[in-house]
Design a protein. Structure first.
Length: 277
C-alpha cells in the first residue's frame, strides 16, 4: 500500500503527518453542502427576514432618539429666549417609539436565533446520521488508509465546526451586511461629504481583511488535521495500551503525541488569533 499512509503499531500515525492540503474541490463541496441544506430553505428565509428586521430597527433607534435630543435643545433655547419651553410630551412620545423599536429588535433577534439554532441542530443531527450510514458502505481500503481517530474526528469535530458556523457565522454575516447598508444610508442622510470621505477607508480595510483571511486559512485547515491526529492517537494508543506496554513503546508513543499536540497548539493559537480580526 505505497499510496496509503503508514500507520503506527496501534494503527496510529506513522513518523509524521502529511503537510496541510487544500480542499480538492472546495466549490463542489460547498455546492453539495448548500444542496444538502436546501430542505431548510423556508426556515433560512425566515432567519434572513427576522435578522434584517432586527438589525434595521436597531439602526433606526439612534436616528429617532436624535429627534428627542433636538427637541430638548430647541425647548431649552426657546426657554432661554422666553419664547416657549420644553415639550416633554413630545419627547416622551419619541422615547416610547425608540423603546418600542429596541424591544421589537430584541424580539426579532430572539426569534431569529431560535430558528437558526433549530436549523443548525437539525443539520448536524441528520448529517451525523447520514455519515454513519455512509461509513457502513465504505470499502475496507478506506479504513486501512486512515486512523480510527481521524474518521471519528470527521463525525464529531468537523460536524461541530459546521454547527458553530451555521449558528454564529451565517447569522453574523446577515446582520453585518444589513448593518453596513443601513449605517451607510444613515450616514448619507446626515452628511454626504463625510460619508464619501469615510468610504475612502473601505478599500484599505478590505485589502487588509482579505490578506488576513488568505493567510489564516491554512492554520484553520492545519488545526482540523492535527486535531484528527491527536484524537487518533488517544483513541488507538490508549485503547491498546496493554500492547504498547508489551512492546515497550511508551516513550515512542508519548514523543509522537507531544509532537502532534504541540503542532495542534501552534495551529490552534494562530487560527484563533487571526479569527479575532
Amino acid at each position: 500500500m505505497s499510496g496509503q499512509r503508514r500507520r503506527g503499531p496501534m494503527g496510529g500515525h506513522g513518523p509524521g503527518m502529511r503537510p496541510t492540503e487544500k480542499a480538492k474541490d472546495f466549490k463542489g463541496s460547498m455546492g453539495k453542502l448548500f444542496r444538502y441544506m436546501s430542505r431548510y430553505k423556508l426556515r433560512f428565509v425566515m432567519v434572513f427576514i427576522f435578522a434584517v428586521a432586527g438589525t434595521v430597527f436597531n439602526i433606526a433607534g439612534p436616528k429617532i432618539l436624535g429627534k428627542a435630543t433636538t427637541e430638548l435643545y430647541t425647548g431649552l433655547v426657546a426657554k432661554v429666549n422666553g419664547t416657549g419651553g420644553i415639550d416633554f410630551t413630545k419627547i416622551g412620545t419619541i422615547l416610547l417609539w425608540t423603546l418600542g423599536l429596541y424591544v421589537a429588535s430584541a424580539c426579532f433577534s430572539f426569534i431569529q436565533g431560535w430558528i437558526m439554532t433549530g436549523i443548525s441542530n437539525d443539520v448536524t443531527y441528520n448529517l451525523r446520521k447520514d455519515i454513519s450510514k455512509k461509513i457502513n458502505r465504505l470499502p475496507m481500503n478506506y479504513f486501512e488508509s486512515r486512523t480510527n481517530g481521524e474518521i471519528l474526528s470527521r463525525v464529531t469535530n468537523d460536524v461541530d465546526t459546521l454547527q458553530m458556523s451555521l449558528n454564529q457565522s451565517l447569522t453574523q454575516l446577515i446582520t453585518s451586511v444589513t448593518t453596513l447598508i443601513g449605517v451607510f444610508i444613515m450616514m448619507l442622510s446626515i452628511n454626504v461629504w463625510m460619508t464619501l470621505a469615510a468610504l475612502l477607508i473601505l478599500p484599505v480595510s478590505m485589502f487588509i481583511i482579505q490578506a488576513v483571511m488568505k493567510h489564516s486559512q491554512k492554520y484553520f485547515q492545519a488545526q482540523q488535521n492535527y486535531l484528527g491526529a491527536v484524537n487518533g492517537q488517544i483513541e488507538e494508543n490508549f485503547g491498546g495500551h496493554d500492547v504498547v506496554r508489551v512492546f515497550n513503546k511508551e516513550n515512542d508513543v508519548l514523543e509522537e503525541f507531544e509532537k502532534d499536540n504541540k503542532k495542534l497548539y501552534e495551529s490552534a493559537w494562530k487560527s484563533q488569533f487571526f479569527s479575532t480580526f
